[in-house]
Design a protein around this ligand. Structure first.
Ligand SMILES: C[S@@+](CC[C@H](N)C(=O)[O-])C[C@H]1O[C@@H](n2cnc3c(N)ncnc32)[C@H](O)[C@@H]1O
Length: 285
């Protein structure tokens, strides 16, 4: 069942419990089950059949709210091996890479599957490459727990730096440390006009990627980061929260040129000259 369903909460469903202090817990409902916290025990049977947004009393009398979790809540609470992408970046990636229904997207590395979930929910068909079998298994399990088994999702346990078998990909999304090593394969695997998006935590990695993009058959390269600051809003105390996640990573996008546009570095002085400031090929810096 997903957040779109309006019916009562059912056995087997994952729900979000919110305690009186706003702390959130992801719980799978079982008949006769119980959820234990310092704020008391919540009986699953008191939740099953109730509508979303209901308040239930724990054994201590303290009230918990129950909802179906959003994708962002699942991502922050689900089991993980690798560090997941933050929801603020997941949302931005979908638009920056222009991911839509029916598009075929290669994702590497897959990690815990947070990005996979966002891509699939946007309607894409996702092929994932992941070097670590344990992470690949975790990603498959996380995706199945959210979306079921019947989704266009395949994870292969392999190294994207060693090659890509797919052809005509609409989008490639990379969340791994040396994305420039995948670029030669991407020139074969992406369709012309297709978008590469790379997420990198360090700007020195971005600089290396951008240098390599300039030397290859890519154009329209752009790098951005997103800052999300939440606010404290209570009576007359209305101000930014004191703490924020100040840095996650940089998003770099670029588009693949048609094969006849050649490759920078092919001829003397940069060959086709795509790394230069030609019209439409390189944004103003
Ligand atoms: C930070 S995690 C990705 C997290 C993922 N985006 C998510 O939202 O859950 C990076 C992943 O890349 C994988 N990885 C690193 N190098 C790789 C390569 N050359 N090919 C495939 N996967 C790779 C790592 O094993 C790791 O699981």
């Amino acid at each position: 069942m997903t957040a779109g369903d309006g019916g009562g909460l059912a056995t087997g469903e994952r729900v979000l419990l919110v305690d009186p202090r706003g702390r959130r817990y992801l719980v799978r409902l079982t008949s006769g089950g119980a959820f234990h916290t310092h704020a008391g025990i919540v009986a699953h049977d008191d939740l099953i059949g109730r509508p979303e947004g209901a308040a239930v009393a724990a054994s201590t009398g303290r009230r918990f709210l129950v909802f179906r979790p959003t994708l962002a809540e699942v991502v922050l609470k689900m089991p993980r091996g690798a560090q997941v992408l933050y929801p603020k970046d997941l949302g931005a990636i979908l638009l920056a890479a222009d991911v839509g229904p029916g598009m075929v997207v290669l994702e590497a590395g897959v990690g815990s599957g947070a990005l996979s979930m966002a891509l699939l929910r946007a309607g894409a068909e996702v092929v994932g490459y992941e070097v670590r079998p344990d992470f690949a298994a975790q990603a498959r399990a996380n995706v199945a727990a959210l979306l079921g088994e019947d989704v266009a999702y395949r994870v292969e346990e392999r190294d994207v730096y060693e090659g890509i078998d797919e052809r005509g990909l609409d989008r490639v999304v990379l969340d791994l440390p040396e994305p420039w090593r995948a670029l030669p394969h991407l020139e074969e695997a992406l369709r012309p006009g297709g978008i590469l998006l790379s997420y990198l935590p360090s700007i020195t990695q971005v600089a290396e990627l951008r240098r390599e993009l300039d030397r290859r058959r890519f154009a329209m390269a752009e790098t951005a980061e997103l800052l999300r600051r939440t606010w404290h809003v209570e009576a007359r105390s209305v101000r930014p929260d004191h703490r924020m996640v100040a840095h996650t990573g940089f998003l770099t996008t670029a588009r693949l040129l048609a094969p006849e546009e050649g490759q920078a570095g092919e001829g003397p002085g940069g060959g086709a000259g795509l790394s230069g400031p030609g019209p439409g090929l390189s944004p103003a810096r």
